[in-house]
Design a protein around this ligand. Structure first.
Ligand code: SF4
Length: 148
């Protein structure tokens, strides 16, 4: 029961942080940061990286996806893809969280020696931990920059 409330509290807090970072003027993550989130969620043909196994097909929006482990629901703002040029999707928030703490997300945590996440390892080996940490804490994720 205690864990249930802690989980609910964490989700509510993460949602609040994401919403505040968006602000009233639809601030967005920078393009480099968003590209990294797209690789984390959708994979990359170039890197031979499959999509995340937490990615689920949306039942409400054609050809779109949501994050299953997030339990954030199937809404317009939780889609992992832009539905149109004007659409604001989950990966656009300046600050947004990933249950797997993958690169590009605000809670990104480099792989530890005991973890066995081959997708995160491939991304880390390709881009370097230093770059990924810098990207995450750099000005593009300050919440004050609009996407160009
Ligand atoms: S777990 Fe993280 S990487 Fe996977 S779909 Fe969810 S947000 Fe994307």
């Amino acid at each position: 029961m205690k864990n249930y409330f802690r989980r609910r509290y964490t989700k509510a807090w993460q949602l609040a942080v994401a919403s505040i970072s968006r602000g009233l003027v639809d601030r967005k993550a920078g393009s480099e940061l968003k590209d990294m989130r797209e690789i984390s969620c959708h994979g990359s043909e170039e890197l031979n990286l499959p999509p995340c196994d937490g990615r689920m097909q949306s039942t409400k929006f054609k050809d779109s996806f949501i994050c299953g482990p997030c339990e954030c629901g199937d809404f317009e703002h939780t889609q992992l893809k832009n539905l149109s040029d004007e659409h604001y999707c989950k990966l656009d928030y300046p600050r947004v969280f990933c249950p797997k703490q993958m690169p590009g997300f605000s809670n990104f945590t480099p792989l530890t020696i005991s973890e066995n996440d081959m997708r995160k390892k491939l991304i880390q080996d390709t881009f370097g931990v230093e770059y990924l940490v810098e990207l995450n804490h750099g000005k593009e994720n300050s919440g004050g920059k609009e996407v160009e």
